[in-house]
Design a protein. Structure first.
Length: 210
């Protein structure tokens, strides 16, 4: 994604970035007016999520939902412990390369979103990651806006949170509409059955039957 939309620019980012603590980050974003880097680490919590996509009973849904949240929490803690230090910004980005998993996380695991924020981790999907990256690119192009990096960092986080809240509200609405679709279909089916019975009775009825 970065190479497609940003190009191969080491002034903006570096891949497989070696930190002084020995950990290698997937990507380090270079921010304006600071030697500190903002780390992006990719996590793909697919195993237990894929189980949730199967036809499960309520007990198994709860089981794999809980395991999925444990996976997310572990990834958040790993990133927080490895990629936030004196060499980096006070926040890091966890990239989830699946819109479906990110959608489920936002719509069904809001407590994990809050947990990530408390650990200074921004959760992103392919779509939302590009928004964050393009924001940073624009800041790099205009150095005058980066005199106070702490204020800029707060603005980036605030924009991300606003976008996330909007996305969550849209997804909640979509989920509500999907849940409403089946009852509407059931009512329509029942109505058709009743109408068909009435038509059958009506067609078989004549005044001679009085």
């Amino acid at each position: 994604l970065l190479s497609i939309y940003v190009g191969e620019s080491k002034e903006i980012y570096e891949v497989q970035y070696l930190l002084k603590n020995g950990y290698i980050a997937d990507v380090a974003l270079h921010l304006p007016n600071t030697d500190k880097v903002l780390i992006i680490d990719s996590k793909f919590p697919a195993e237990n999520y894929s189980k949730l996509c199967e036809d499960l009973n309520e007990r198994d849904i709860r089981l794999y939902h809980s395991k999925f949240k444990q996976d997310i929490k572990k990834h958040i803690l790993d990133i927080s412990n490895k990629y936030i230090n004196d060499e980096t910004e006070k926040s890091a980005i966890m990239f989830i390369p699946s819109e479906a998993i990110y959608f489920y996380l936002c719509s069904e695991c809001s407590d994990m979103i809050d947990f990530a924020h408390r650990k200074h981790i921004l959760l992103t999907s392919p779509t939302t990651l590009l928004g964050v990256v393009f924001t940073l690119i624009n800041l790099t192009k205009d150095m005058n806006r980066s005199k106070n990096i702490k204020a800029l960092e707060k603005d980036i986080i605030a924009m991300y949170e606003d976008a996330l809240r909007l996305q969550q509200r849209i997804e909640t609405l979509e989920t509500s509409l999907e849940r409403l679709a089946k009852p509407l279909k059931d009512v329509s089916t029942s109505t058709n059955k009743i109408v068909n019975k009435i038509i059958k009775i009506h067609d078989g009825y004549s005044e001679n039957n009085e």
